[in-house]
Design a protein around this ligand. Structure first.
Ligand code: COA
Length: 349
């Protein structure tokens, strides 16, 4: 909860200030967090390590090369659930896109490990990193592969262990992230055995360079002539600038995509938007609709989950699609670092 996180940060900051009064670290507050972001709680892969003021990061057990990696383990749980909903099994999968903000190692690709973990012996897989827009980018890759006949049962998996890239000692953003994993199955409509089928009417992606969300962790860190500070190897952002620049970029992308598909915004029953900040989501939906969105039109899950990076829009879809009837249209969108943004328009079959 926000209370637990604030208590941990404030205890650490108080101790730092006592040992170095010049540090003048500011205190965090639960009220600010909820007001600024709409977040009330988040899930964490290891709450104990994250809330230990001597550590303030999750404890991830170092695994042997013969064990499933943590990303594959949690991605596999989401994948199996998605496959069960699609009436499929792991062996049916012939394309795995593992799309996330962070990849646990360089190679072999996590997607290839996941393919084996699920029992698939056919097709191919690869990793993709487009930050919070990774789900939408992964879905476009899957849709394209299925359309071209290069895959018949594609799986897009988003295991987001954001707690690993997060700076829990940065008061201005220590509250924003949560951990989650999601998965989506993409198949030709005519062979799909899913309980609830959604036809993909179109996908559209956009990227535009910005340093306002940045993470400098990479394989060359060890070779760099000036070693970087530990906090330069974690997520960092200029939150206000991100807010101001990403809202118009995403609203324009989504409005243009709908128009090109011959759809009016009012024909869209639901916008499953990336969950980073409540006002940001409301503003994007408002710009598209030309009025305030209702809670049903732009559902919010970030109060419970916080920003789960690419998983957020898929969680919103997962929790808020059961009331769709045949012909109902929805739009799923992820956006974030890069900048990057994606739009996936679907219709319930
Ligand atoms: N507790 C108490 N006060 C805090 C605080 C905290 N945890 N963090 C910041 N503040 C203070 C600041 O010091 C500042 O005080 P001042 O006005 O006296 O200078 C004030 O609150 C506002 O700070 P600011 O950082 O401008 O807050 P904000 O309203 O921009 O909200 C975010 C911060 C991160 C919630 C918001 O910018 C955001 O969500 N941006 C978009 C982020 C995003 O989507 N990122 C994508 C990641 S994938």
């Amino acid at each position: 909860s926000n209370d637990e996180l604030v208590a941990c940060y404030n205890a650490w900051a108080t101790r730092e200030n006592a040992s170095n009064p010049a540090a003048e670290l500011p205190m965090s507050s639960t009220e600010f967090i909820f007001k600024a972001s709409g977040i009330k709680s988040r899930y964490n892969i290891d709450k104990v390590g994250t809330l230990d003021i001597d550590r303030m990061r999750p404890r991830v057990r170092t695994r042997s090369d013969d064990e499933p990696s943590l990303m594959v383990e949690i991605g596999g749980i989401a994948a199996r659930e998605a496959l069960a909903n699609a009436g499929r099994e792991g062996r049916d999968v012939d394309f795995v896109v593992l799309a996330a903000s962070n990849i646990q190692r360089a190679y072999p690709a996590m997607a290839v490990e996941l393919q084996a973990h699920l029992g698939s012996t056919q097709g191919f897989g690869y990793d993709m990193n487009v930050a919070c827009a990774s789900a939408a980018f992964g879905i476009q890759a899957a849709v394209d592969a299925v359309r071209l006949g290069n895959a018949r049962c594609a799986l897009v998996v988003n295991p987001e262990i954001t707690s690993g890239h997060h700076n829990w000692r940065n008061r201005d953003c220590h509250f924003i992230f949560g951990d989650a994993a999601t998965a989506v199955v993409v198949e030709p409509l005519e062979t799909s055995t899913a309980k609830a089928k959604f036809e993909v009417l179109g996908t559209r992606l956009k990227t535009q360079f910005s340093n306002n969300i940045r993470n400098n962790a990479g394989f060359l860190n060890i070779a760099e002539t000036t070693p970087r500070a530990w906090d330069d190897l974690l997520f960092q952002q200029e939150g206000r600038k991100v807010f101001k620049e990403v809202v118009p970029m995403v609203a324009e992308l989504l409005s243009g995509h709908l128009a090109d598909l011959g759809l009016k915004p009012e024909q869209v029953k639901r916008f499953w938007l990336h969950q980073a900040n409540l006002s940001m989501n409301q503003l994007i939906a408002k710009r598209i609709l030309g009025r305030e969105p209702s809670e049903l039109e732009a559902p919010v899950i970030l109060d419970e989950y916080a920003n789960t990076s690419s998983a957020g829009c898929v969680i919103a879809f997962h929790k808020h699609h059961a009331d769709f009837g045949a012909g109902d249209i929805g739009l799923l969108s992820g956006f974030g670092a890069g900048y990057s943004a994606g739009s996936v328009v679907v219709r319930r079959v």
